[in-house]
Design a protein around this ligand. Structure first.
Ligand code: WT7
Length: 643
């Protein structure tokens, strides 16, 4: 027995324990993580805990082990929790009955879908795409893939047919799980029609399983499409978990970067399992009987790790909500919290800011006294939103965990542990045990000590680190492991204050964060450029009261009779069609040229300044090919400028 090990439990209870665990995790990372992993069910134990080489972008955890993550999410809990609610689903319409799915029921449903996938010829290692609304069948579908060792690729159902097709093609998916349509607020959205359009470009898809949700008429392609309700209930509710190797891919999730098309971030099984569980338990301090509600969509990493895997690995009750926070009114979240006695509420700053706009009178209708912990994720939370959340939702008695992480990190890396770490508005505070952040300057020199600001890197692997970008490991190395030799580079700027607390300052690359959705400016530009009259465009982010960042596009168009307004509308709909409504520019300024250097490079710094409305210090513009263009751009700016 290792004397530095503080307990058999994976759970930290005090700040002193956190400090001990942290030191232990740095001094003896392999022992530390082997200890955390030992509570799970393994078909075969590991031979080695960790092999890594950041220069090659490689991390391998628990080599030699075999396991099935769904056995750990479901079967393992049955002796004590067969009748405990695993998934608590709340529909878009408050009038529709909630669904409470127990651990036993969830296992049965997962096995049925797994058997249908097997019948469709899905084998271990095959890719399955899920393009569905937030209904229990989405979580069930995800787990059904993992049950048989298939790799799930969930695509957020707000993406366009073209984005969906790109993702299906890139991953080489064999099967798609979808629904006829989706309910979202007062809207009914077509889902299957988008899949049909996407599949015109994806001949590799052999089967489509369609859930009936809205009941609208849809086309069913003979020999390819079949109804969920006609196949799943008839399938056997027994399906043995297929053991996979520790590093077997669990899922692919596409995310945007500063260049090119979105990349498929690949996570593998054992390390992701251990870290999703460890971070869930410790950040949220979940106790038996608590009701955890993460409002994210399962189409994003937050939903994967903190609606599905983290909570189920702990045997928790996880709430899944189909609708939006403002339907039927802006009290919907508070109504759901009271209705289900939610203890943990985890949402994005953009949602908080949008609800702030509705005032506080609504709160008089709700108790909110079941709440114990509040969480924030996806973007920096401004102090005003932090205080509003703390005062009106948490009633000043619930710790707020501001959790910093990324699709690539698989789980939360920097965050307070609820009720244990002293919080500070807009600070993600301290790294979790096992996480070794480092700040570097532009040249890669480590910024030691406190009160420093630089680029955030991580210098040692944690179990749920990205394994590769699907089908292109070189891109993974280029994006994350080559900016600073021997380090994982996050793309975020960060400050470490006088007490060693971390504050995330936002992206330092050409990635923008719009309502917590990550977008590459190049991706939006490519979509804008698809408009036949667009010659060139440049996209930057600008501060937006609710979305965090808005999208500001500067566009050069061919001469025509169309009004600027007509062009703007057309460009907006092209972007919506190519990427999806989340990428629609908030502002489109038609310009006659862009500020370019003599070597043809766009000076984005100038465009960012104009979009921010702050032209006090545009810096050196003497290297511009045509300095006059800056005056034209300033004169036509779509935001008020302060000089
Ligand atoms: C980027 C990752 C993590 C799941 C949701 C987003 C930003 C994330 C915070 C936070 C400040 C944050 C970063 C990061 N971000 N959490 N608590 N404070 N910024 O995942 O889409 O992969 O985006 O979101 O810029 O790099 P993602």
């Amino acid at each position: 027995m290792n004397p530095t090990r503080i307990s058999m439990s994976n759970r930290i209870r005090t700040f002193e324990e956190y400090q001990k665990e942290y030191s232990y995790s740095v001094a003896q990372p392999e022992e530390f993580w082997a200890d955390k992993a030992s509570q799970f069910v393994w078909q075969k134990k590991w031979d080695r805990v960790l092999d890594w080489n950041f220069e090659k972008g490689d991390s391998k955890w628990f080599s030699g082990a075999q396991l099935n993550i769904t056995e750990n999410c479901l079967d393992r809990h049955l002796p004590e929790k067969a009748n405990q609610v695993a998934l608590l689903w709340e529909g878009n319409d408050p009038g529709e009955a909630s669904q409470k799915i127990t651990y036993q029921e969830l296992l049965n449903k997962v096995c049925q879908v797994a058997n249908v996938l097997l019948e469709k010829g899905v084998q271990k290692g095959d890719r399955v795409c899920l393009y569905m609304p937030m209904v229990p069948e989405l979580a069930i579908g995800v787990l059904a893939c993992a049950r048989i060792g298939a790799i799930h690729s969930v695509v957020f159902a707000g993406f366009s047919a073209s984005s969906l097709a790109d993702r299906i093609e890139d991953a080489g998916c064999k099967v798609v799980l979808t629904s006829d349509g989706a309910f979202r607020g007062n809207k009914k959205i077509a889902v299957k029609a988008v899949v049909d359009e996407a599949l015109l470009r994806c001949p590799g898809v052999q089967s489509v399983l369609v859930l009936q949700r809205t009941g609208e008429k849809i086309a069913m392609k003979e020999g390819r499409d079949c109804w969920w309700h006609e196949t799943v209930p008839a399938a056997s509710a027994n399906c043995a978990p297929v053991p996979v190797e520790a590093e077997h891919p669990l899922f692919i999730l596409y995310t945007s970067g500063s260049t090119g098309k979105p990349k498929g971030v690949l996570h593998s099984t054992a390390g992701y399992m251990v870290y999703a569980h460890y971070s869930f338990l410790n950040v949220f301090q979940y106790d038996a009987g608590d009701i955890h509600w993460c409002t994210a969509d399962i189409g994003w990493i937050t939903g994967h790790s903190y609606i599905v895997y983290g909570p189920l690995l702990e045997g928790a009750t996880s709430v899944m909500f189909e609708g939006v926070p403002t339907y039927p009114d802006a009290g919907r979240c508070w109504e759901i919290i009271d209705k289900h006695s939610v203890t943990h509420f985890y949402t994005a700053p953009t949602a908080i800011r949008s609800l702030m706009g509705f005032g506080t009178e609504l709160f008089s209708k709700y108790q909110l006294n079941s709440l114990k912990v509040l969480g924030s994720v996806g973007e920096p939370i401004n102090e005003e939103a932090w205080h509003w959340y703390n005062d009106h939702v948490g009633k000043k008695r619930c710790p707020i965990v501001d959790t910093w992480w990324q699709t690539e990190t698989g789980g939360i890396l920097i965050s307070p542990l609820a009720g244990i770490t002293k919080t500070k508005p807009s600070y993600a505070t301290l790294p979790l045990p096992g996480v070794q952040p480092i700040l570097v300057d532009a040249e890669g020199n480590e910024l030691k000590g406190n009160n420093v600001e630089g680029n955030l890197c991580i210098k040692f692997p944690w179990p749920s680190i990205i394994r590769t970008t699907y089908g292109d490991h070189e891109r993974c190395i280029q994006t994350y492991f080559s900016t600073y030799k021997g380090l994982y580079f996050t793309g975020d700027g960060c400050k470490r204050d006088e007490e060693g607390y971390y504050r995330i300052l936002g992206r330092v690359d050409d990635v923008i964060n719009v309502s917590g959705h990550r977008m590459g400016t190049a991706e939006v530009e490519n979509a804008i450029n698809e408009h036949p009259q667009v010659i060139e465009s440049a996209v930057v982010g600008y501060p937006h009261d609710i979305k965090g960042q808005g999208i500001y596009a500067f566009v050069i168009c061919e001469k025509s009779d169309k009004s600027a307004e007509a062009l703007r509308q057309e460009i907006t709909s092209v972007v919506s069609k190519i990427i999806g409504p989340i990428a629609k520019p908030d502002k489109i300024q038609i310009v006659s040229g862009l500020p370019k250097t003599r070597s043809g490079k766009i000076m984005r710094r100038i465009l960012r300044k104009v979009a921010e409305g702050d032209i006090s210090n545009l810096g050196d513009t003497s290297t511009l090919l045509d300095p006059a263009i800056v005056d034209e751009i300033k004169a036509g700016a779509l935001v008020p400028l302060k000089a």
